[in-house]
Design a protein around this ligand. Structure first.
Ligand code: ADP
Ligand code: MG
Length: 698
């Protein structure tokens, strides 16, 4: 037998059980069985006497007792199995509402059991509903130590497949002493003081001590992180080896003219540093794949402009792709005038560009008279061909899928350099996993002179105060956003709330003195643009909107952001919205309006917003609250976040070490070609290729 042996060759696994294990638990081979890790451990030495069980503590407890009574009571849906269990200190009641028939054949009066569950209070008495239980066999009575418990789908129990059954199978396999071959390089094992795989597998199931269990767990978590990182880095090395990069040697006249004639302010230190990092990339002969993270308002657009100017100064074209028409338009409006003034041709291409305009743009791109193309994903369509595209900027990358980026690669025989920008800060551990094959630059400094945005939490019944405050601000010449939530699941209701909200605002700010613009998904693209422009030009004092305005919109005179039903937004979304204000010199405000009754999570989110304006810190809290899988961008990434043991929230140190180890290995052996790395390479290929959409594109 070996790890690849099918499980029906084990004692106690017939064809029927094998089929169930395969279907319900994805256990096909002995390896799968060994990699079915315990969901928890029972320490036999830790028992609570029945008399000391405390229902208020909120914790699950383990206790041991002899069955005194079991009976089926009630009828219809209220039918339940009731049991009384006693130990030396007292007795307690247990109830089951499901699986009664099978259980009642299992329970034996007089037998001693081990129970585990969370006590509740029912009719003034403590009881347990659906506790886990396990009969204590005679030979085990003396057995001490930590026993593994496996989580098994409830419905398998009627097929006699339960935690105990899995435990016995694993014991059987371990007793067979099947060799478990090590596949990590010995250098990695040594420098990280890892236990061998064989030892770890044995001890994750049947540890002799808590310390052994921890060491086993550490080894397995390390391995889970290590292979993901290795995959990313091998991929990156492959890219470096395979693709040349356009070489931008010179800083030429366009860069210099723009710098001297158009730049209205001094670049921040962070902007300078990042531009330098990009310069190093684009003159290295390697294709750049750089992720630029920077909070809203940190000035990423400037970095994009200088990067594009580098391309143009070296005889190539550049493009910038934004996720929405509004953003593309806005980039065009803010970037094009200056660039045209220094003699460059800049075009805007979106879904609503007219045919004649389109034809003109296509021609200019092909014959090379167009220097810069700004657009939405209209610019990745096949009929958009460039004479010589050298660099692409992707704004708000999480809105784009991998395949869309792949199409951009194909726009030139040698792929263009890629600068991928995001204003959604994510925790370092997450970015290491999501973007582990990219180089990362961070702008961690806001342009000077910005006043911290004041954030306030107010309740729905304080609407008149909000209106009063809005009046004051408008009298000072400021503009105001009012944002309403809109999600698919409750679209109708949400639109109704938006409409009602709009009329209330309309009444409080009547024409002709006031003007309100309105932008949401049901407004046609053309009208949306008109409404946006009215606000941008200052003709409208208030903009009522859904999250359409979430990313990128830049109106420096807007100084108040009112968020309706703020409890319904995620933390990163709230942060994005708040970033729409505080862009000018005036003191800005963010008002988070919520109902009085709030869930604990909502309260935590709102409080975090009031307390902090640091995007990275808020992202960290967001991940703690919702888990890594819920963070924007993780869905599309294709990275499996269903680690068996590892946890991105709590195992950051292990991740760090696994990353370092993978880096050291790929620095020395970029494609894992050395003899001593062949087992690692084979393991990587076998277990980490299919799970992930390993496109070559970062
Ligand atoms: P984001 O990173 O969110 O894309 P933008 O590039 O839109 O930020 O910049 C936000 C605002 O800050 C713009 O009005 C821009 O002109 C201004 N800005 C950018 N860099 C600087 C700087 N170094 N000094 C002062 N203002 C700056
Ligand atoms: Mg931006």
């Amino acid at each position: 037998m070996n790890l690849e042996t099918e499980i029906q060759f084990l004692k106690g696994v017939g064809d029927k059980k094998a089929a169930i294990l395969k279907k319900e638990m994805e256990i096909f081979q002995i390896r799968d069985l060994l990699y079915t890790f315990p969901s928890r451990y029972v320490d036999r030495s830790r028992l609570t006497p029945i008399a000391e069980i405390d229902a208020d503590s909120g914790f699950a407890v383990q206790f041991r007792g002899r069955l005194k009574l079991s009976e089926t009571v009630g009828s219809g849906p209220a039918t339940r199995l009731r049991a009384i269990v006693a130990d030396h200190s007292g007795q307690i009641e247990l109830v089951w509402f499901k699986g009664i028939k099978w259980l009642s054949t299992q329970l034996k009066i007089g037998q001693e059991y081990l129970f585990f569950g969370k006590p509740t209070i029912f009719n003034g008495r403590i009881n347990f509903s659906h506790p886990e239980l396990e009969a204590i066999q005679f030979e085990e009575q003396e057995q001490k130590g930590i026993m593994p418990q496996y989580s098994v789908p409830e419905k398998l129990k009627s097929h006699f497949i339960n935690s105990k059954y899995i435990q016995k199978l694993i014991k059987q396999v371990l007793d067979l002493n099947i060799p478990i071959e090590e596949h990590l390089p010995s250098s990695v094992i040594e420098s990280n003081q890892l236990m061998s795989l064989g030892w770890a597998i044995r001890n994750i199931h049947f540890p002799q001590s808590e310390n052994d269990r921890k060491r086993a767990e550490h080894r397995i978590k390390f391995e889970e992180f290590f292979y993901i990182q290795l995959k990313l880095l091998v991929q990156k090395q492959y890219r470096i080896k395979t693709y040349r990069g356009h070489i931008f040697n010179t800083i030429g006249p366009n860069f210099n003219r723009y710098f001297n004639e158009c730049l209205p302010f001094e670049l921040t230190g962070a902007q300078k540093r990042v531009i330098k990092e990009i310069r190093q990339d684009v003159k290295s002969g390697r294709q750049m794949n750089r992720l630029l993270q920077g909070d809203v308002g940190s000035g990423k657009t400037m970095v994009a402009i200088f990067s594009m100017l580098l391309a143009i100064d070296n005889g190539m074209q550049a493009a910038i792709m934004a996720p929405t028409e509004i953003l593309a338009q806005q980039h065009y409006n803010s970037i094009a005038p200056d660039l045209e003034q220094i003699g460059l041709n800049v075009f805007l291409l979106t879904g609503s560009s007219k045919k004649s305009e389109r034809d003109k743009i296509h021609q200019a791109l092909i014959d090379g008279t167009a220097h810069i193309l700004i657009g939405t994903h209209a610019l990745i369509e096949n009929n958009v061909q460039f004479q010589n595209l050298g660099l692409v900027v992707i704004d708000e990358q999480h809105r784009f899928g991998v395949s869309q980026r792949a199409k951009l690669w194909a726009k030139n025989t040698v792929p263009p350099h890629m600068l991928i920008m995001t204003a959604t800060p994510i925790p370092r551990t997450l970015s290491m996993t999501l973007y582990g094959d990219l180089d990362v630059s961070i702008i961690d400094e806001l342009p000077p002179g910005r006043k911290a945005i004041e954030t306030k939490h107010v309740y729905d019944n304080q609407q008149s105060q909000i209106f009063k405050f809005m009046h004051e601000q408008i009298n000072l010449g400021r503009q105001i956003y009012v944002v309403f939530p809109l999600i698919k699941e409750s679209e109708k209701l949400d639109y109704k709330a938006l409409e009602e909200g709009f009329w209330a605002i309309h009444e409080a700010f009547p024409p002709p003195k006031f003007s309100i613009s309105i932008v949401h998904g049901q407004v046609k693209a053309k009208d949306k643009e008109i409404e946006m422009q009215r606000f941008i030009k200052g003709q409208a004092q208030i903009m009522v909107a859904t999250t359409v305005i979430e990313v990128g919109v830049n109106v420096p005179n807007a100084s108040v952001m009112v968020i309706e039903n703020a409890d319904r937004f995620g933390l990163s979304q709230l942060h994005q919205l708040r970033g729409r204000v505080g862009r000018g010199a005036d003191q800005s405000y963010c008002i988070l309006k919520t109902p009085f009754k709030l869930s604990q999570d909502s309260r935590t989110r709102i409080k975090a917003m009031v307390d902090s304006t640091d995007g990275f810190k808020l992202a960290e809290i967001d991940m703690q609250l919702r888990g890594p899988g819920a963070i924007e961008g993780t869905q599309q990434s294709g990275i499996p976040f269903d680690f068996k043991l590892a946890n991105l929230l709590t195992d950051q140190v292990i991740l760090q070490k696994a990353r370092q180890a993978a880096e050291m290995l790929t620095d020395e052996d970029p494609q894992l070609e050395l003899a001593q790395n062949q087992l690692t390479r084979a393991y990587l290929k076998k277990h980490y290729t299919s799970k992930v959409n390993w496109s070559k594109i970062g």
